[in-house]
Design a binder for this molecule. Structure first.
Ligand code: 5AD
Ligand code: SF4
Length: 438
């Protein structure tokens, strides 16, 4: 195959899709494709999709409609749908949008080079199997090229929790952990390519069981890698926050003081209906233990409002929990009915009411987010610089608490970690001054 084919990948949804897109591009790299950021010059366009809420899934069909002119201009253009919409809807995608040549699920993208060869002969391909082989055993070793200093690394996929609203156990299947040996090898390769920070990914990452010490055991092994300065993980379930992991937050210097720990609701009645298998007070106690281990940890969460049966009292219990916990970051969503999930069978609540609750919750969460940012003023943080800023000589990076930080840093290179004193808090970022004592 010639080495001149161009691949354009557009990623929707969570960080796992960002990781998958990078791996898909690498897999197709072996089949003669190089990536481009221009869809008009692409020989293949891949949409890596998200199915978590209805809006996310519908967006894909409108995006596919917008690709028509590219196909008209270049009849050889191949259009592919990957990710969770591919997994959930399979053949249906081609029925709704016949310009699609390829549908590939998240568990079979290691077969992309073969699929590309079939596409080249004019065949159409739909592969949404959960194949018996593990894709990670079949993907080629990752290329050696230097890359950005912060990387995602998927260590666990799928979910066995079956929260009543969630499609993940159906689209991504049962929980599977990669072996610690495989993860460590990939992490070392990333570090050789200039990576200083790794975020371990999994739909339910703290249930990781590819190491005898669980996720904490994996983190301690990763912390041994010279050159790797920072470790993070996302996303977690409260019931899988074990003692070792909480302790690691207090004692492992490389584990960053940030934790995304979704609770979804503050009402025990709703938590039960959601099949979350924990209570609001159980979550509060867990947060207390985590804060005892690491007092300055910045907490992040996910919330759903308007779950079937949610009353004003239930919603107020969510506001009360948010007030008690004090989040530094949060994501909140209006409940979205997902076909095939248990909650989809329940009577749905009024949409305007749900929108109103979302607005009220978001107002409180933004207030807390703002306060957590403002609290950083005057503090010294460490910043991993990732790219040049908008102003001359300025660089942008992430603090240990995951805040974006801008600083005048003319002598700083991408990938450097420096101490920075925070002097100002803007709408979505902080401004800092570089300290000379590294
Ligand atoms: N409706 C709204 N939000 C959802 N989430 C998952 N499923 C749904 C749904 N059906 C949210 C949860 C989860 C995050 C990734 O997306 O808050 O933690
Ligand atoms: Fe979905 Fe997360 Fe619940 Fe698993 S734990 S079912 S991924 S919300």
């Amino acid at each position: 195959m010639s080495a001149t084919k161009k691949l354009f990948v557009k990623t929707y949804g969570c960080q796992m899709n960002v990781y998958d897109s990078e791996r898909m591009a690498e897999a197709l790299g072996g089949a003669g494709y190089e990536t481009t950021d221009r869809p008009d010059e692409a020989d293949m366009i891949l949409l890596n999709t998200c199915h978590i809420r209805e809006k996310a899934a519908e967006k894909i069909y409108s995006e596919l409609g917008r690709l028509k002119p590219f196909k008209a201009a270049n009849p050889d253009l191949k259009i592919g749908v990957a990710g969770c919409v591919a997994q959930a809807e399979g053949e249906e995608i081609r029925r709704r949008q016949p310009l699609v040549d390829l549908v590939v699920g998240p568990q079979s993208y290691h077969r992309l080079p073969d699929m590309a060869a079939k596409l080249a002969t004019g065949e159409r391909v739909v592969d949404t199997e959960f194949p018996p082989e593990d894709k990670f055993d079949h993907l080629a070793r990752r290329p050696r090229a230097r890359r950005a200093p912060a990387a995602f690394l998927t260590v666990q996929e799928g979910c066995d929790k079956f929260c009543a609203f969630c499609v993940v156990p159906y689209t991504r299947g049962a929980e599977v952990s990669r072996s610690a040996a495989q993860v460590l090898e990939e992490a070392r390769d990333l570090v050789d390519r200039g990576v200083r920070e790794i975020t371990l990914l999994g739909q339910n990452v703290n249930a990781y069981h590819g190491h005898k010490g669980g996720l904490a055991g994996l983190i301690w092994d990763l912390a041994e890698i010279d050159g790797l300065a920072r470790i993070r993980f996302t996303t977690s379930h409260p019931n899988d926050m074990d003692d070792a992991l909480i302790e690691a937050h207090g004692t492992c210097d490389k584990l960053m003081p940030y934790l995304h720990l979704p609770v979804q609701s503050g009402s025990d009645r709703i938590l039960k209906a959601m099949n979350r298998k924990h209570t609001a007070d159980g979550y509060r106690k867990l947060i207390d233990r985590i804060r005892t281990a690491r007092p300055d940890i910045l907490l992040s969460g996910d919330f759903i409002v308007g779950f079937p049966g949610e009353t004003e009292a239930d919603f107020n219990a969510t506001l009360a929990l948010v007030r008690d916990v004090q989040y530094g970051q949060a994501y909140s969503f209006k409940y979205s009915t997902r076909p095939g999930t248990p909650a989809a069978e329940k009577p749905q609540i009024d949409d305007d009411l749900a929108s109103d609750r979302l607005q009220r919750l978001q107002a409180l969460l933004s207030e807390q987010q703002r306060a957590a940012q403002d609290e950083m003023i005057g503090r010294t943080v460490s910043v991993l610089f990732e790219k040049p800023g908008r102003l001359d000589g300025q660089m942008v990076g992430k603090s240990d608490y995951l805040h974006a930080v801008h600083a005048a840093a003319p002598d700083v290179a991408i990938g450097d970690i420096r101490r920075v004193k925070i002097v100002q808090s803007a709408s979505n970022s902080l401004k800092g001054e570089l300290l000379q004592d590294i």
